[in-house]
Design a protein around this ligand. Structure first.
Ligand code: MN3
Length: 238
């Protein structure tokens, strides 16, 4: 997530130089856009190449650039990792809180989104441990998916649907508005470790599915990278 292309390194080097000249912390390093872990056309026919390219190269890139613009002005924020930033949104100065929330959330959410998808048929299956936890919390994998689909289809406007592991260890389905996520310390958010998050902003599906969001959600399951979801589940266990 912090590997930077040459252009990004040049930009962040320039930014660091500016901060150094201004007397600020010279250790500041910009966040960077992670490359897609597959080609833009790899998720076809479920998600078309044009949608993937625009979504990653324009939308996600804009969140990263806007986040860096906010972080550069506040050395205290610049010391936080992207994960840490999510959990401390409530403590970000009010003047920049919404900008950091929207752009930092956008960067975190999309970084996980690319990782929890794989080309059709290549994502594997839920591990025995994850499946057991799903059955304990929901009754069955199908019941979990039905609840997830309802959260994704029912999110009014733009946002995300999530499978999370709650602090008590159980799994739950939740949904967040805009670029919020379950790591954020904000009122109204059901908190937990995100295992799987689906983008239901129109920019994620409109070119191919137009207004048929439920069709996009149903087709998306064939892209889920269960190997990554398994890894995230294992990482949340005490
Ligand atoms: Mn998006």
């Amino acid at each position: 997530m912090r590997a930077r292309p040459l252009s990004g390194m040049l930009l962040s080097s320039l930014a660091a130089l500016v901060l150094l000249l201004a007397g600020a912390c010279p250790a500041w390093a910009a966040f960077s856009l992670p490359p897609l872990p597959y080609s833009a056309e790899a998720l076809e026919p479920v998600i078309d190449a044009t949608t993937m390219a625009l979504h990653h190269d324009r939308h996600h890139a804009a969140y990263v650039a806007n986040l860096n613009a906010q972080i550069a002005a506040d050395p205290a924020l610049a010391e936080l990792s992207l994960d840490a930033l999510q959990g401390q949104i409530g403590r970000v100065p009010a003047a920049v809180r919404d900008a950091v929330r929207n752009n930092g959330g956008g960067h975190w959410n999309h970084s996980q989104f690319w990782a929890v998808m794989a080309p059709p048929g290549q994502g594997g299956e839920p591990s025995a441990e994850l499946l057991a936890a799903i059955e304990t919390s929901f009754g069955s994998l199908e019941a979990m998916q039905t609840q997830f689909n309802q959260a994704a289809a029912g999110r009014f406007g733009s946002g995300w649907a999530w499978l999370i592991r709650k602090p008590n260890g159980s799994l739950a389905i939740t949904s967040t508005a805009n670029q919020d996520n379950p790591l954020m310390d904000l009122r109204g958010i059901e908190r937990g470790a995100p295992l799987l998050g689906l983008d239901v902003w129109e920019h994620a599906y409109y070119l191919h599915y137009q207004n048929r969001r439920p069709e996009y959600i149903a087709a998306w399951w064939s892209l889920v990278n269960w190997q990554e979801v398994n890894r995230r589940f294992a990482a949340t266990r005490a």
